[in-house]
Design a protein around this ligand. Structure first.
Ligand SMILES: [Zn+2]
Length: 328
């Protein structure tokens, strides 16, 4: 059971051919003046970067418009509630992730879905104009990832581990790894100033065992925000209600009341359960981080493992990066 819980994208991320749509830059910062930065051979619009206000700056790279929301949506709530700046980048546009529709209309639909999720979670969203199922670890993409991390001036970067069933997850993980050192090298992509302090790079949890299983360095109680996370997930209707690329006509709600019923079922069912499973699986770590009494009480969790590339934080520094853990 554990094995598939974070693999939901395999069900929902499609295998049919599709078209494309323009780069979207969306989310909490979209009301501010945007800037467009030269991104090598491509032009990628980026949100106005947050102010240097002493708050943390977190950027997550998920392969599809739902991945970052799944693996870090609760922690994003906790960060954003403290005024920290969180950005989710979908590295593909999700344009084949449905059993019935594909191409530009689906990409736009999924972009709108993560925009609504971002409104609930408190993050900013950017969806890259790369076809679902087709991202590759190219030099061009390495430059794009490097520039996005630099623009955000990230303290923390989160992504998939590179051993994963889905090629988009795998190559997104590899691209982030490839950028982990290059973000500090001044003459790699010199059009965007190199980052001065190498970020901490984190892997999101998964159940894959080979070549090595996920081993969490930080497990976050998301009990205080689990309902908000479930609210956000329920907005990803194309994926979690209609079944993504693995769905069928029977998954499509008949009317608004049916949609609401299915969203309620989602909240009570496997989506909530997978967060409970994580808390139980990593109970020892929760007790270590939160103390015996509080750690035993945690019901819902997200978990992250420090990547060996980038800056390797001490235990004390890790607590400063996850201040809500230390406060419990
Ligand atoms: Zn995915």
């Amino acid at each position: 059971m554990n094995r598939w819980r974070w693999y939901v994208c395999g069900v929902f991320c499609g295998l049919i051919l599709a078209g494309s749509f323009g780069v979207a830059r969306l989310g909490m910062a979209s009301s501010a003046a945007d800037v467009t930065a030269a991104m090598g051979s491509a032009m990628v619009a980026v949100d106005k970067v947050p102010p240097e206000d002493g708050k943390l700056r977190i950027i997550a790279f998920g392969a599809h418009p739902d991945d970052s929301e799944i693996f870090a949506g609760g922690t994003a709530c906790l960060w954003s509630d403290l005024g920290h700046h969180v950005k989710f980048v979908s590295t593909t546009n999700g344009d084949i992730g449905h059993w019935q529709t594909a191409g530009g209309p689906l990409a736009l639909r999924r972009t709108a879905e993560v925009q609504e999720a971002a409104r609930i979670l408190g993050n900013t969203v950017q969806v890259l104009d790369i076809h679902d199922g087709e991202i590759e670890p190219t030099l061009e993409n390495r430059r794009t990832f490097t520039r996005l991390i630099r623009h955000w001036n990230a303290d923390i970067v989160i992504t998939h581990r590179p051993n994963d069933y889905h090629p988009d997850h795998r190559y997104t993980g590899i691209l982030v790894q490839d950028a982990a050192y290059m973000v500090t090298v001044p003459f790699f992509c010199p059009d965007v100033p190199a980052i001065k302090k190498n970020p901490v790079f984190l892997y999101a949890s998964d159940g894959f065992q080979k070549p090595n299983p996920f081993r969490p360095d930080i497990v976050v109680s998301i009990d205080s925000v689990i309902e908000r996370k479930l609210d956000a997930m329920a907005e990803l209707v194309s994926q979690f209600i209609e079944g993504g690329c693995g769905g069928s006509a029977s998954d499509v709600p008949r009317d608004a009341a049916d949609l609401k019923a299915r969203q309620e079922q989602l909240r009570k069912g496997w989506l909530r359960q997978q967060h409970m499973d994580l808390a139980n699986q990593y109970r020892d770590r929760l007790i270590e981080l939160y103390g015996e009494e509080a750690g035993k009480k945690v019901r819902h969790a997200e978990a992250f493992e420090v990547c060996e590339y980038g800056r390797y934080p001490t235990k004390d520094e890790l607590r400063t990066l996850f201040p809500f853990v230390a406060q419990q």
